[in-house]
Design a protein around this ligand. Sequence first.
Ligand SMILES: [Zn+2]
Length: 116
Amino acid sequence: MLAGGAWLVWAQFGLPWIRLVDHRVVKAPLMTLNWKEFSAELEMHRDSEGNQWTRFVRFSAECPICSGKIELLPGKPEHRLPLVGRCAESPHAHVYSFDRTQLTGYYIGPKLQMKS
Ligand SMILES: [Zn+2]
């Protein structure tokens, strides 16, 4: 019980901040979000004067394949990237990389079949 509680505190308050330094962008811990928010990201951002900011952001895009909504989600288990863009309509087929600084990404899902 105690160990489980300690793990929960660590997973919600400790780990995301350590990952943030490494990955620059992580999923925001659920406890830091408003109850109406389901998903958001924490981003370490450096402005033009070189000041570091940590901010809440929400990245989303329209899926170019099916025009569903793409959100950032963990890349595991099938991708090496910590965060990937996953389409709400097809989260395991329509998968995209994400470049935080350029706000771009490319398709990294399973090989596309050409319709004949
Ligand atoms: Zn899609």
